[in-house]
Ligand binder design. Structure first.
Ligand code: SAM
Ligand code: SF4
Length: 441
């Protein structure tokens, strides 16, 4: 008998892609993905614990699921991802209606773990690390009409930024082989995928863990020659590893889109040092200058943390000054969140919650201003858009992104989904642009 699966995903694109892999695995074991949680026989929550707030959202969601368990006692509820890795069996002590806790290296065992719970009715916890992460190569099915896809090129992180829990919960850096990645992208191209986003915590160090035979720039050149793939994106890049060879890919690999997410975290050299980021404000700005000279018009986005322990007014001002100098196209900004087990959790001189709140408001207001100004400056441009879907604003409109990763909505037929079209930008908002269709390329 067919059983139904519902997945909640919290956190980053990597978690979104892990959820696609989980669905692929469970579909092979007879589960069908459903949109209605009420119809599920198995609910998986793919968690994030990068910040305390993300963890709190998971607990709230789990609380809401209790009623489903009461209505349907055979329902299986499982948690995966970073918070599951962090808490292990303590998760079940805290949330007794949980049946399964599986860690970041255990996705591949999911069908066996579920079968065991179905057989015994007993909760299962599996959080050990493995030398090789076996889920890296799981190929998720492509939904009808989808033209973009994620491809995991590496997993884990060796950087140990002092605030970050990821290396503790995702394990050491591991890169997939170039051949394996190329094969996966070829399969995706055969299914009609036009754009791939290459995923890793620090894609710039791709290849290091497999003896440096090929680096990330080599991988971009290889993928750039795969027929059918029109656009390549990647995330995330660590500024300390952004080599000249990689920067040059923006002029050498035609399919590489003109956008880079390059998290700066802070503009203060003193705080960068305490964060273990291994670059200075001047070095970051030099990398940005290099990117802009090789690829004029490249869009640069970033992550910013406010209120790191010891961040004084002068340090915060350095962040604001840097934002003014670089003018990011967009940024994600966060209040520093103390995470157990990280080096920064041991630091004194904590910044108060109200100072963090004030600083976050200032950063976000400045970013909104810069984003809107940058979007407004695009009015009158003709942009190449890969049409991805019916617009979320209106059924009569379609939507896609510029090569610089800005969303554009415009009047057009759904039959254009998957096509690359020329669009005149006629209006600009905070989060998107409005366009007029000119030509189908
Ligand atoms: N690997 C990526 C990198 O280095 O850029 C980012 C991974 S992390 C999941 C995404 C962002 O979360 C980071 O760039 C950082 O700004 C933020 N972050 C991580 N730990 C944090 C913490 N303890 N408090 C606040 N923000 C945090
Ligand atoms: Fe965390 Fe730093 Fe690794 Fe990114 S590079 S995942 S911020 S430790």
């Amino acid at each position: 008998m067919q059983k139904n699966l519902f997945i909640y995903t919290f956190g980053c694109q990597m978690n979104v892609h892990d959820s696609e892999k989980i669905a692929a695995l469970m579909e092979k074991s007879g589960y069908a993905s459903v949109d209605d949680v009420g119809k599920a026989d198995l609910i998986i929550i793919n968690t994030c614990s990068v910040r305390e707030r993300a963890a709190q959202k998971v607990y709230s969601q789990l609380g809401r699921l209790k009623k489903f368990k009461k209505m349907k006692p055979k329902l299986i509820i499982g948690v995966g991802g970073c918070l599951a890795q962090q808490l292990g069996s303590k998760f079940i002590e805290r949330v007794p209606h949980l049946d399964l806790v599986f860690g970041t290296h255990n996705i591949h065992s999911l069908p066996d773990l579920i079968a065991k719970i179905e057989e015994t009715g007993q909760p299962v916890v599996r959080t050990e690390f493995h030398e090789e992460v076996k889920s890296l190569g799981i190929l998720a099915p492509t939904k009808n009409g989808k033209v973009t896809a994620y491809v995991t090129i590496m997993q884990g992180c060796n950087n140990f930024c002092s605030y970050c829990v990821v290396p503790h919960l995702r394990g050491k850096e591991e890169s997939r082989s170039l051949t394996e990645i190329v094969k996966e992208v070829e399969v995706l191209a055969g299914r009609g995928i036009k754009e791939v986003t290459l995923l890793g915590q620090n894609v710039n160090s791709y290849g290091r863990a497999i003896g440096n035979r090929h680096d990330f720039a080599d991988l971009l050149h290889e993928i750039g020659s795969i027929a059918g793939i029109e656009r390549i994106r990647f995330t995330t890049s660590h500024p300390k590893d952004l080599s000249d060879k990689l920067v040059c890919c923006f002029s050498e690999v035609d399919k590489l889109c003109e956008h880079i997410h390059l998290p700066v975290q802070t503009g203060s050299d003193r705080v960068l040092k305490m964060m273990n980021r291994y670059y200075t404000n001047a070095e970051y700005c030099e990398r940005v200058d290099k990117l802009r000279s090789i690829c004029p018009g490249i869009s640069i986005t970033s992550d910013i943390i406010v209120g790191f322990p010891g961040e004084a007014d002068g340090d915060f001002q350095a962040t604001i000054d840097m934002m003014g100098k670089i003018r990011f196209d967009n940024s994600f900004s966060f209040k520093y969140s103390e995470r157990d087990g990280t080096a920064a959790a041991e630091l004194g001189d904590k910044v108060s919650e109200c100072v963090k709140t004030d600083r976050l408001k200032i950063v976000q207001a400045l970013q909104e201003k810069h984003t809107l100004e940058k979007n407004e400056a695009m009015i009158g441009n003709t942009e190449e858009i890969l049409v991805e879907e019916i617009s979320k604003n209106s059924k009569e409109d379609i939507a896609g992104r510029t090569r610089t990763n800005k969303i554009v909505n415009f009047r057009g037929s759904h039959t254009l989904i998957g096509k690359t079209v020329s669009v005149l930008i006629i209006d600009a908002y905070q989060h998107s642009l409005k366009g007029r269709l000119l030509d189908v390329n």
